[in-house]
Design a protein around this ligand. Structure first.
Ligand code: ATP
Length: 922
């Protein structure tokens, strides 16, 4: 019985399911032993057997032109994919099912994987009709969020990492593996914070842990520290076991020891790396030849930034909508290849920590930024270079097709041109890229000679190989496409040979091709003609040559396809063999494109080369915020500001006050971003900048909403502050924006003050501290290396004008109510707030002992807000009054001091003057 799936849920025409779906009556339990089904077809039994081996994946079961899903998989997939759920069989045996056409499957798989699900692809692995029973089907590939190869599913500009992690009481091990490119790194970290910091640099899509550990508290805590929660998968526990994992890695890389990767003393890193590689091979079912190197990540080599700092500074994504637009990457990414785009994101997520490397990048950027013609030449060549890493990855993992070969060939052909431009440069870094770019000329030549211009997606239908590459193939192509012409040629030749002008080559199903001769010409038929049939008017003959051609023409198409597949496999093997060189070339393209992008920004945005050195100074002249300056509308121009930090001198901690909306956060972030850009090797938005190398950048900015993770805003603020105080060093740069504002004013100010003191006295880091607690300005009186800065505003006709200029000194008030009015608070609320502010400022109790703050003033009797009034005093119950002028005695003493001509006084005169002043004051 053939079952017709009616119109496949309305998506396509009806298809016939194979006869092997015919139900068998009986009671069978499936392999996993969980499902009892009264009547089960051989095909359904096969389905359940495969499903039992892949219980945690959605099983895409290939039936004809569809991938079908059954049972819970069908219910889940139909909901997510919005496709109709149908049923196979009826009544008690009803099985929920849904399906997607195989040619459109990639899109659907992409959607499921982006929801964090695993998809197992089960294909027919033998031709139908080879022996009794149903065709064999096997899972040929498992696609998981961290194991994606398909270009339709992958974001070209983003990496797609799997992170395998393991831990014991001594620390953590992690491996980061990008299946599509073959990039592979391993690391060890002493604690969860350091591990999260390392993982957050690549934002893994999937976390692999040992089986049974999915719900471990360590995993929950780790995920809570990552900006993007990864999908979690469990791998066989034994694969994480260090000795086993090390043996597995040694055999994959064909090395004697793991010392080449720096992993012989890192059992946890080796364990994680072994498990990650095994997961790749288990899901992709291939040897993963493109994973040809493994590097150990060391903590010291980079400028460290924790996840919240990177997010707060909007390095890779804007806080507003999580997109690239509005982020530093969004502004600086002028790359033209996806290789470059991914590399640039990595450079910004993980700037350098070593001066020679920074200087090398800056030299390269300087050279390219001054050469506009070379820049454009390079960009136009690089535009032709495809995603070498992913093309090579797909082909190595057996998932690529001839289009990938073609794209690879076209891309490789551009590399010598890229090398030629870079070879003209003086910069050592740019020159060094030419080597790997020049290492693949034969493969480029071979692919361009071998692969057709527009090959098809499928591997089985021919059309992949270029004419002229293989003589045998050319013959088969000629036979299959020009077979009829050949037969006509035979006909013509035979006409000439026999002199029978009416001779014809014809075809019928019984004899195939034959020569037809009319009865009147039979006397001219040569001896080698073999008579086959006599009709009323003619006789039909065959010749050995005709039979041979017939054989060739009829099978040419099939033989052509087989040969093409074989040639494709040979070419693919050549690519796999060249994979390490392709990866190195891809690295060089990515680096060149990223440096080009920095150079383009430098030239187009007017950036300058920063001076980066080993000092602890940080001084920026006329600096701008790289993102805000690009976002300002026409007519608004960004006001540059100077910032100078020098802990060796007098400026270690800058307290920045200023009204709301003045630009405090902007100026602080621009300092951090400038340091980050400089250490990434980019020019910076400033007239001049000197950046003493930072080991870490910390920020505590804004109220990151962590409510979803069960922490209050204040708790998050304090946790982050505590992390900073524990981890900052005298080489760190710290940005603190309104510490303490998440709690009561007294508590907040006290915490802010204590934090600032600790940074100054104990940590010694360079810090910028923005606050609305104007009392913090007094810290400068107490501590030598604290400087006050404020952002100037002007009051004009009762309106605040923001000047955006950073000037020495502290601000007197916050203008919060004026800003609230600008934000459109109703006039009556603004009026009442002014009234309350005055009450707070006078700070007295009324006659009834009630706080005046609550007192309403009679209508019309409202006093205008005083521009000179201060905020509510906080230390002690008494409000801080505006400072009174000096007493007459003090004034006299001051005048005496002012009038003294110190440069003409002897030391004794000076002492006498001081004694006199002291007496008068007493
Ligand atoms: N130097 C500048 N030049 C031009 N516009 C600026 C400048 N600095 C800030 N702005 C603009 O002012 C807006 C407010 O700046 P910012 O958020 O830094 O103020 P703030 O003082 O931190 O405010 P609040 O105390 O309310 O948090 C910015 O979004 C930006 O558009």
């Amino acid at each position: 019985m053939a079952v017709t799936q009616q119109a496949k849920a309305g998506k396509t025409a009806a298809v016939e399911l194979p006869g092997d779906m015919t139900p068998e009556v009986g009671t069978v339990s499936e392999g996993a032993g969980t499902r009892e089904i009264a009547s089960l077809t051989p095909m359904m039994r096969q389905y359940l057997e495969v499903k039992a081996l892949n219980p945690d994946a959605l099983l895409f079961f290939r039936l004809g032109d569809f991938y079908e899903m059954f049972y819970e998989d069908a219910i889940k997939a139909s909901e997510i994919l919005q496709i109709t759920l149908t049923a196979r069989a009826k009544g008690a045996d009803k099985v929920p099912m849904c399906g997607v056409p195989y040619h459109a499957a990639r899109r659907y798989i992409g959607r499921l994987v982006s929801e964090g699900l695993k998809v197992a692809i089960c294909e027919q692995v033998e031709e139908a009709g080879n022996g009794p029973g149903i065709v064999r089907r096997e899972v040929t590939r498992i696609i998981t969020p961290g194991m994606v190869l398909d270009e339709e599913v992958l974001e070209p500009q983003a990496s797609n990492f799997l992170a395998a992690v393991c831990w014991n009481d001594k620390g953590w091990g992690a491996a980061l593996l990008e299946a599509s490119t073959g990039e592979f790194m391993a690391l060890e970290a002493p604690g969860i914070a350091e591990l999260a910091e390392a993982l957050s640099r690549v934002e893994p899509r999937e976390l692999l842990v040992a089986d049974g550990k999915r719900d471990a508290p360590e995993v929950t805590q780790l995920c809570a520290r990552l900006a993007r929660t990864p999908a979690i998968a469990e791998g066989e526990g034994a694969s994480f076991e260090p000795t086993r994992a090390a043996a597995y890695l040694r055999s994959h890389f064909a090395v004697q020891s793991l010392s080449a990767f720096g992993l012989d003393d890192a059992p946890l890193a080796a364990g994680a790396a072994g498990a990650a590689l095994r997961y790749l091979k288990d899901t992709q079912k291939t040897p993963a030849a493109h994973v040809d190197r493994l590097s150990r990540q060391e903590r010291g080599g980079h400028l460290l930034m924790d996840e919240s700092s990177r997010a707060n500074l909007e390095v890779l994504r804007s806080l507003r909508d999580g997109g690239r637009k509005g982020s530093l990457l969004g502004v600086l990414d002028k790359t033209v290849t996806s290789l470059g785009a991914r590399k640039l994101a990595r450079w910004l997520a993980s700037p350098l920590g070593s001066l020679p490397e920074i200087h090398a990048r800056l030299d390269a950027v300087e050279e390219l930024s001054g050469r506009s013609v070379w820049r454009e030449e390079l960009a136009s060549i690089l535009k032709e270079v495809g995603d070498l890493e992913r093309l090579c990855g797909r082909l190595s993992l057996g998932a690529g097709n001839a289009r990938d070969l073609r794209a690879l060939g076209v891309s490789l052909a551009q590399l010598p041109r890229v090398a030629a431009v870079l070879g003209r440069c003086e910069s050592a870094l740019l020159k060094s890229l030419t080597g790997p770019l020049s290492a693949l000329p034969e493969l480029a030549e071979l692919l361009s000679r071998a692969v057709a211009d527009e090959p098809p997606v499928t591997l089985k239908d021919g059309g992949m190989i270029r004419a002229g590459y293989n003589a045998e193939l050319d013959k088969l192509v000629a036979l299959s496409t020009h077979g009829k012409d050949l037969l006509l040629q035979i006909e013509q030749r035979e006409k000439e040979r026999t002199g029978i002008s009416s001779l014809k080559v014809r075809y019928n199903k019984v004899f195939g091709y034959y020569l037809e001769v009319t009865k009147s010409n039979l006397d001219r038929v040569p001896k080698d003609y073999i008579r086959k049939q006599t009709t009323v008017n003619s006789e039909r003959f065959v010749t050995p040559e005709l039979k041979e051609y017939e054989e060739q023409v009829l099978t040419a198409e099939e033989r052509r396809c087989t040969l093409e597949l074989q040639l494709f496999e040979e070419l693919r093997a050549k690519v796999v063999a060249a994979a390490p060189r392709i990866r190195s070339a891809a690295e060089a393209v990515a680096a060149g494109d990223s440096l080009l992008s920095f150079a383009r920004c430098a030239a187009e945005y007017g950036y300058t080369r920063p001076e980066v050195d080993a000092s602890e100074a940080l001084s920026i002249t006329a600096g701008r915020h790289p993102v805000v300056e690009r976002m300002l509308g026409a007519g608004d121009s960004f006001v540059p500001n100077d910032v100078r930090l020098d802990p060796a001198e007098d400026a270690q901690l800058l307290v920045i006050t200023g009204p709301n909306m003045a630009g405090k956060s902007t100026v602080m972030r621009q300092v951090a971003l400038t340091a980050l850009m400089a250490q990434a090797g980019s020019f910076v938005p400033a007239k001049a900048a000197r950046i003493g190398l930072c080991d870490r950048i910390f920020t505590r900015v804004g109220a990151a909403d962590n409510l979803a993770r069960g922490q209050s805003t204040f708790m998050v603020e304090m946790t982050e502050t505590s992390h900073i105080l524990h981890h900052a060093t005298n080489k760190s740069l710290i940005i603190l924006d309104e510490i303490g504002r998440g709690t009561s004013t007294f508590d907040g100010l006290s915490i802010a003050w204590a934090v600032a003191e600790h940074l100054h006295d104990t940590v010694g880091a360079r810090a910028l501290f923005a606050t609305h607690y104007h009392e913090l300005v007094d810290l400068a009186r107490e501590r030598t290396r604290v400087k006050n800065l404020c952002i100037a505003v002007k009051e004009q006709n009762g309106k605040v004008i923001f000047l955006r200029k950073l000037v020495p000194g502290g601000a007197s008030r916050s203008y919060g109510i004026e800003v609230a009015k600008l934000a459109g608070l109703p006039p009556e609320v603004v009026g009442r707030a002014r009234e309350l502010l005055q009450n707070l400022e006078s700070g007295e109790l009324d006659d009834a002992g009630r706080p005046r703050v609550a007192v309403r003033q009679p209508q019309g009797g409202r006093r205008a807000a005083s521009a000179s009034s201060g905020q509510l005093g906080l230390f002690g119950a008494e409000p801080v009054a505006a400072p009174a002028g000096p007493s007459p005695a003090q004034q006299k003493a001051l005048d005496a001091l002012k009038g003294a001509t110190i440069d003409r006084m002897t030391p004794l005169d000076a002492l006498n003057l001081l004694a006199k002043i002291q007496r008068e004051l007493e």
